[in-house]
Write a protein that binds this ligand. Structure first.
Ligand code: DGT
Ligand code: CA
Ligand code: CA
Ligand code: ZN
Length: 586
């Protein structure tokens, strides 16, 4: 027998109120449901018992109609009225109401005008600047929606996307570095390891006199609440909800502290065991001589480490890059001398995925080429959206070929300072077909195939769509293969083993999309791809010039995935890139 709790019934009433409001119903009717939800939520007794006593209408805000609805839910486990509404108003539109700065009118407008029915779609549209031109909106209210989405995402997962946390952490670090007496400052914790989401920010400050640093830190205008204010450690919550811990230490202990607070916790446990095998107890302060069970030998002189390298030397290891410190085989590799030579930003020669005003980008082909040149890129590919992606102004075949002429002209104008190639980011359509025919693809320099629509299809279907792209000889790269959006859109439910197996046969490359909202492939998948000899490509997917700077997030992710430069096609020379694309399966 299906049964519902008070809380579940209150939630249904609340959602009904939201749906009625989005539909533009009479406000009194909306309020009736909202008030009923409040009364049920505050009720101290079980609704089943109250109903059995026949006293539902004695609950504040519950009249005959609502009492009947409660009875229906108690008896059947559902509410027909709610189900009818849910068929009309997509549940995702109701979620959108939870965003600060979005009321029912706006939620309805986003839904009706832009077909936005999920939080992820709202965020994509807001970040792409598509909301500002709607009636009653502007750049400011668009920004407010992005902030509201960020705060909502934090409430949902308690974790903050890397792309949000890193700039804020760097900002605070820069302020603290300006305090007199501070000689060094470093972001540690999961942020230093480059994790896609961050629980809290850990900052280490080198200073002989900790008290003033602590006092200034907790009094920063960014601080909403002081969670702890100690002599050398303090912890605060910022106005956006992000927690920041700051530890101050003298130069002598910098190495042990940085090692400890970088983590990960699992990795630290391994490091402690290695230290113990050498006769030391390792903590954030020092290496202390210890017996086999870890008891510190009193009065024995401790070893202090001013650098991480000294800590590693003491436990008999070479220094291990922070991005690898997850206890995923890196300690064994270090012992064997087989640590990977991780890719760096300097290895990047090119950016193979970007958008222009031809589809949903902000700059022209020429301007994107100049922005890329200013960032030291040697070649780029212009990859606008394909014809079926109407919301992003995708290119018809005719416009695609027109664009090719412009790209060729810009390539010539740049005079060899940077090469500009013509490609596409082609949709893999919901039915599994690729959005352009082969004879069109054959005319392009580089073809990306990406999933953008129907991401919630079942496993066999979505896997088949990816396989269709992987197996098409004209496709060079699978863009953001798993379609995740951090932190709230789960990846597609594809059989990645099957996709990787096919990719290693067809020779197609896989993207590490550097946008911090994507980071797709994520590190464990990138690592798997390298093991299977699948070429990778780290691209910004820039829709504006400054987005080309997101490359560093892709590099962090690649490093977490043990990726070395030769595996990444956009570290190659332009000659090798041309050779590779022309030889691809044709
Ligand atoms: P987060 O903040 O959840 O994204 O992840 P982390 O790694 O930044 O963790 P956090 O902030 O709790 O602590 C920072 C580092 O300090 C962590 O990576 C390792 C070290 N640590 C913290 N607590 C412990 C502990 O109980 N044992 C050990 N071995 N290390 C710890
Ligand atoms: Ca942390
Ligand atoms: Ca912490
Ligand atoms: Zn793109």
């Amino acid at each position: 027998m299906p049964t519902l709790s008070n809380r579940e019934i209150a939630n249904i009433f609340e959602t009904v109120a939201d749906m009625l409001q989005i539909k533009g119903e009479n406000i009194h009717r909306v309020l009736a449901y909202r008030n009923a939800a409040g009364s049920v939520r505050e009720l101290a007794r079980d609704l089943h018992v109250v109903a059995a006593e026949g006293k539902l209408t004695e609950i504040p805000n519950i009249g005959d109609t609502l009492a009947e609805k409660i009875t229906e839910m108690l008896d059947t486990g559902k509410l027909e009225f709610y189900e009818r509404l849910a068929a009309e108003v997509p549940p995702g539109v109701v979620d959108i109401l939870r965003v600060n700065g979005v009321g029912p009118k706006k939620a309805q407008m986003f839904w009706k005008d832009l077909n936005i029915t999920t939080l992820a779609a709202l965020e994509e549209a807001a970040r792409a600047g598509k909301l500002r031109d709607l009636p009653g909106m502007g750049a400011k209210s668009e920004k407010k929606i992005i902030e509201g989405l960020e705060s909502l995402a934090r409430q949902a997962t308690g974790r903050i996307p890397l792309g949000v946390a890193l700039p804020m952490a760097e900002g605070i670090r820069a302020i603290l570095l300006r305090i007199p007496g501070v000689t060094r400052g470093e972001v540690a914790g999961s942020l230093r390891r480059g994790r896609p989401t961050i629980g809290d920010v850990d900052i280490l400050i080198e200073c002989e006199n900790a008290a003033p640093v602590m006092d200034i830190f907790v009094a920063l205008p960014e601080v909403a609440r002081v969670l702890g204010h100690g002599p050398t450690k303090s912890s605060v919550e910022l106005h956006n909800g992000m927690q920041v811990d700051v530890v101050v230490l003298p130069r002598q202990r910098w190495g042990t502290a940085l090692q400890y607070f970088t983590g990960s916790q699992a990795y630290n446990i391994r490091m402690r065991a290695l230290a113990l095998a050498k006769g030391f107890s390792l903590n954030e302060h020092a290496l202390s001589p210890a017996d086999k069970s870890g008891n510190i030998i009193e009065d024995a002189p401790k070893t202090y480490c001013a650098t991480e390298e000294e800590v590693y030397a003491a436990v008999g290891l070479p220094w291990i890059p922070p991005e690898l410190r997850e206890d995923q085989g890196e300690i064994e590799a270090a012992q064997k001398g087989t640590l990977p030579k991780l890719i760096t930003l300097d290895d990047i020669q090119a950016d193979l995925h970007m958008h222009t005003t031809w589809s949903d980008g902000k700059l022209t082909v020429r301007a994107m080429a100049e922005e890329a040149l200013a960032r030291g890129r040697k070649y780029i590919v212009i990859t606008d959206h394909s014809r079926s992606l109407g919301i992003a102004n995708g290119l018809s075949i005719e416009r695609l070929l027109e664009q090719q002429a412009e790209v060729r002209a810009v390539d010539a104008e740049m005079g060899g300072s940077i090469r500009v190639f013509h490609g596409t980011e082609m949709d893999i359509n919901a039915d599994g077909n690729l959005d352009y025919p082969d004879e069109v693809l054959a005319q392009l320099d580089f073809v990306i195939a990406s999933l953008h629509v129907s991401l919630r299809q079942e496993r066999t279907q979505i896997t088949q769509r990816l396989l269709n792209a992987v197996n098409n000889p004209h496709v060079d790269l699978i863009g953001h293969p798993r379609g995740q959006y951090i932190p709230d859109r789960e990846p597609v439910d594809a059989d990645m083993d099957a996709v990787f197996a096919a990719a290693s046969k067809s020779g197609v490359a896989m993207e590490i999309n550097a946008n911090p909202r994507r980071l797709d492939l994520e590190a464990p998948f990138a690592r798997r791809a390298v093991q299977l000899d699948i070429p990778l490509s780290i691209n910004t997917d820039a829709h504006a010039g400054d987005q080309m700077d997101l490359m560093s997030f892709g590099i962090l992710t690649a490093r977490r995935g043990w990726v070395e430069a030769p595996s990444v096609i956009n570290t190659w020379s332009v000659e090798r890139f041309i050779e590779w694309t022309t030889s691809r399966g044709k």
